[in-house]
Design a protein around this ligand. Sequence first.
Ligand code: GLN
Length: 478
Amino acid sequence: MELYSLTAHELIKKLGEKEISVEDLNSSVRKRIQDKDPQVKAYVRLSGSKAAVDFKTLNNGPLAGIPVSIKDNICTQGYNTECCSKILSGFKPPYDATVIQKLKNAGANILDTKTNMDEFAFGSSTENSCFGPTHNPWDLDRVPGGSSGGSAAAVAGDEAILAIGSDTGGSIRQPAAFCGVVGLKPTYGRVSRYGLIAFASSLDQIGTFTKDIEDACILMNVISGHDPMDATSVDIPVPDYLGSAGKDIKGLKIGIPKEYFVEGMDPEVKKIIFEAVAKLKDLGAIVKDISLPHTEYAVPVYYILGTAEASSNLARFDGVQYGYRAKSTNLIAMYKKTRGEGFGQEAKRRILLGTFALSHGYYDAYYLKALKVRTLIKNDFDSVFKDCDCIVTPTAPTTAFKIGEKAENPLQMYLSDIYTISANLSGLPAISVPCGFSKNRLPVGLQILAKAFDEETLFRAGSAYERATQWRKEKPKL
Ligand code: GLN
């Protein structure tokens, strides 16, 4: 078995027993990236002046020697962090994001190269990157999902052991489902967002991509916790997540929302999800039908609030402080030219939409109304969780689509987030776990949602399901 194909927990054991060295592991991962990334394109700027991946010196710690791949919107001191946007080209942050600092303290090897993403995390396919699309390792003609498609494809293609992404409306879970890996969006406030370049501040959350649940627990043990640098991070104790991974699910109450199985969803996905639910029942869970009546409003509410916040967050990119600056004769013209040349099409679309939603005269009609409906969506979850420990749904309505298939139709693209957005609007933790394959061998993901700060239930249910199935052992033929 090649080292790059193992999980972090398997590698930690081998390193601990001195069966392998950190250099063995580094060269295995490095070689895999060199061999496979020309097809997958999970990483960006690989062919710059630094032709190969460089690994740093390590500390001792729970992740000592384990390589971790980072999405291009998380600040790494002295190394390019560009959100896959021309407007941030050449930007080298003067500081590390808190998650990077925590990973370094745990001894992790942070890769200098970053994983590909939709520009500023706007998208569901990783096609909106200024570096071009990432390819799904299961079928290179298809998208890996987005916006953290590079992180998902890197883990699925064994070009990464662990990866970090961000999830504003599904950007970890949907690509995890499309690529057949485990993707976790923690509770809003559980993991510091200091150093995450903001898309929509009330929705953004940093989370993990791993080959199995145990690795997700290990990674969450390292990156979770209160951070005084992030006013939205919450000061409550972090449990040892590994404790929940081995438990059974006898008596666990699981809700299945009827609104998530509507017309438009791929019948193959539906069948696979129902098989997974039957498996959870076999394992002793109590499954019941529930209703989340405001689900149909999640997508429109998200695209009003998300674009409004994005338009405001992106106002800082004007050619003065960061990255790209267009040449011009006066200041105002420089702002305009920089933004006109620096932002891609989807970023411009969102800035326009968000500015419109926030403008005088429309604020009450759109933004304020969306905020109110957001509360109704959250209330739906609160009432269901009075009587359920978790909720199970599909992660996405379809399997991975073809590159180019939805690129010209933003509305259709927005609908691929239909099952993931509500967790962000409500701040809840949610995970996508591989649960099968379509006839054309494309992965399907099972989404599990739990109460705020109850990631443990996600790990408990996810790991019980994982132990009872073999999906995680399947690998794409690259
Ligand atoms: N696909 C969604 C969007 O385009 C979610 C993106 C994300 O979670 N960053 O906004």
